[in-house]
Write a protein that binds this ligand. Sequence first.
Ligand code: PMP
Length: 448
Amino acid sequence: MAIRSTIMDNNSFRAEHAGELEPETLRLTQRREDALGGSYRLFYRKPVHLVRGEGQYLWDANGTKYLDMYNNVASIGHAHPAVVEAVHSQMQQLNTHTRYLHERILDYTDDLRGTLPGYLESARYKAMYMCTGSEANDLALRVAKAHTGGSGLIATTEAYHGNSELSSSVSPALGSGQPIGENVWLLPAPDSYRTGVEEIEPWFAQQVRDAIADMESRGVKLAGFLADSIFSSDGVLPGNYLKEAIEAVHSSGGIFIADEVQPGFARTGEQFWGFAAHGVAPDIITTGKPMGNGIPVSGLLARSDVLASFSDTTPYFNTFGGNPVSMAAAQAVLDVIRREGLQQHAAEVGAETLRTFQLLGETHDAVGDVRGAGLFIGFELVKDRSTREPDRDLALAMLEELRSRGVLTSVAGPHGNVLKLRPPLPFQRDDIRWASAALDDSLKALSH
Ligand code: PMP
């Protein structure tokens, strides 16, 4: 299959390197190939066999310790005892579904609504719960269509929003094997480094207006614009530039879905939610990954009038979504974020990490740009700083070099040349030193 782009295949295991593997790694890799569907991809030429995690660290079967610079699912730290305990005690008591009364889901929803930025009227938002980000976006898209009566959707050219029929139809990051929906308009991401456009807000809004005009000229009515507010798979693009684009969507009768699966839950430091950096009011907010710290729980918060257009006519039942055990995990995550001050921590340690990586970047010609918000950093590698020509091969080689220095991460962006650095939130100052030494040494090892 020709791969148009990146996220799923950027550094996968290649069979031609099988000879370099330790016997146990080879055995597991082969067993996996025999047993599992071929769509699964492994990271690294020499796949990593992890057996334990704690906080921001992981250990493999040989006892090697790794610094996790990639996983935002274990967002409050791998194997956090508060989540383990919450899940354990709720599991011992009861686990059912949303067709019976239960307080946990209601208490959690009140708490979750309380995390919305002050400029939103939180009581106007209602919650629905599922198990994956894909399901959250799938429902959000169905609600968008029901509310607007339209079918036209706008997303960005390297977006990833999920694996269901509908959410994958707005996920070009899956590559050329994945058909894009008939009524989906894809726009280049608001990337001022790559486009060279300084005033990115009006530039992007114009793209949105042009897409809507094109849609209407073809008789397609706008349903909505779906965006990850830090454009994670488009290359990690922090900033405050979405307002004008969202105004254009709203004034054309569409809704804005903020996909917070990656930027949500305190990751970006200054705000609890990524969209809040843009000061915009989403009609639907979807979330997943960090919400249960590894327990499969996802959800959406939707403006109640928008949701009603769907829910008045259509029942929605998700067997596992919103169950008491999932809600216990999710509640523990919110409690820990508050108790351990993780949002503030992400802001402070994230700012220090960004500064350190930026200074490091200045000393290497191959580093074109380093940007970030909180503990979410994009480290962009180029062949030439003046032309900004992306260096995908270097980025892929960096993943292997970093791994050999105990640092795990991956890449993003339409050219697969941006290291996506996104550690669990308990990331500490000592970890900055580990990560920056690994980046420095890896860049030196690969410079020619
Ligand atoms: N949206 C975004 C922005 C994501 O990064 C992902 C997962 N990578 C999803 C949606 C889908 O989430 P899940 O894998 O839980 O279905």
